[in-house]
Each structure stands twice: as C-alpha cells, then as structure tokens.
Design a protein around this ligand. Structure first.
Ligand code: FES
Length: 194
C-alpha cells in the first residue's frame, strides 16, 4: 500500500502553487477591468442620461406696455438650453398667461397655462365669471387662477399655478416652472420643456 502527502511549505512545488494562484488572480483582475471599463463608459455616456438642462432664472417675456390692464395675454417663455455638447440661446420651454392688474406702478399675475388636473392647456374664455377654462375636463378658473366651481364640479385639484415674476427695465420677467399635475399640493418638477 502506498500513501501520498502534501509537500511541506517551502518546497519547490508549494512555491510554484503560490505563484500560479497569484498569476490567476492577476489575470482575473485584468479581465474584469477589461470588461467593466467599456460598460462603465457606455453607461456614463451623455446620450444615456437626461443631460438637457434649462436656465432657471428669470426670463424676459415682453415690455410692460405690451400688456393691457385686466386682459389675459398668452406669451411663450424661452430659456437657454444646455445639453451634452451645445448651449442653445433661446428655446421655448412653455407658455404663461399674463394678467396686468395695475397700471402704475405696473403689477401682474402670471399663471402657468398647464392645467393642474392632467396637464392640458388652459384657454382664456373672454367670460367675466370664468375667464379661464380647460377644454379637456372643463376645469374653470378666475382671473387670478382660483378654482371656480360651477354646478358643484371642478376636477382641478388646485388653482392654476402662479409663477414668480418681476418688473425690471420696463419689462416683465418670469421664472418658468412646471408642477406635478393631479395633486392638491404644488410639487415642482422642473423648469424646462416637458
Ligand atoms: S386636464 Fe384640465 S380639466 Fe382635466
């Protein structure tokens, strides 16, 4: 009968085994890096993420004298747009209803045209009682954006969204913002195009 036993540590074959294990680990690490690097580059590429940003400051929407007292006027809002490679100076990000509320000094109400119910575009009606109406599900609003309940129903969960604005250099400036629809609470979701 024959018996086998491991060579004692320090013998040539134990040393060879340690070298082989070290080499195998080094090869494994190199292969992992070779596979992981292109994947990481692919996942990190600008085209794979939402890299479009819009300026969030106040945007000039028109000279003060452009707006008539008490008459809603719809104006487009533009903002510089930055993506992975380009800055575009003026891109339309949305529109607002502007209502001039005082002549001197000039004062305004600025409302998002996006219906807070499900996001349709709110229209002006020319009617005194309900100057704003959403054509999708008939939500109605007053000149200051408050909900008007006619016949006991109004599907809008909150008033029209009033936007921050300022008068400077004889012009009206607006900070355009979008808010989550379908919620009673105003939850900002961004400043750029949807
Ligand atoms: S989206 Fe405006 S009433 Fe429904």
């Amino acid at each position: 009968m024959t018996t086998t036993s491991s060579p004692p540590a320090g013998t040539p074959s134990a040393a060879r085994r340690r070298v082989l294990v070290t080499l195998a680990k080094a090869v494994g690490a190199t292969l992992t890096a070779a596979i992981a690097a292109p994947v990481a580059l692919f996942l990190g590429h600008p085209l794979r993420r939402s890299s479009v940003r819009f300026a969030t400051g106040l945007t000039r929407v028109g000279p003060v004298e452009h707006f008539e007292l008490g008459k809603p006027m719809k104006v487009a809002v533009t903002a510089p747009r930055q993506d992975a490679w380009l800055t575009t100076p003026a891109v339309t990000v949305g529109s607002v209803w502007v209502i001039r509320t005082a002549e001197k000094p000039p004062a305004f109400t600025v409302l998002s045209t996006t219906c807070p119910h499900l996001g349709c575009s709110v229209n002006a009606t020319g009617e005194a009682e309900t100057p704003f109406r959403c054509p999708c599900h008939n939500a109605r609003f007053g000149l200051d954006g408050t909900k008007v309940v006619l016949g006991g129903t109004n599907p809008a969960p909150r008033p029209m969204d009033a936007l921050e604005h300022a008068v400077k250099d004889d012009a009206l400036w607006v900070r355009y913002e979008r808010f989550k629809t379908g919620t009673a609470e105003r939850i900002p979701v961004g400043s750029g195009a949807a």
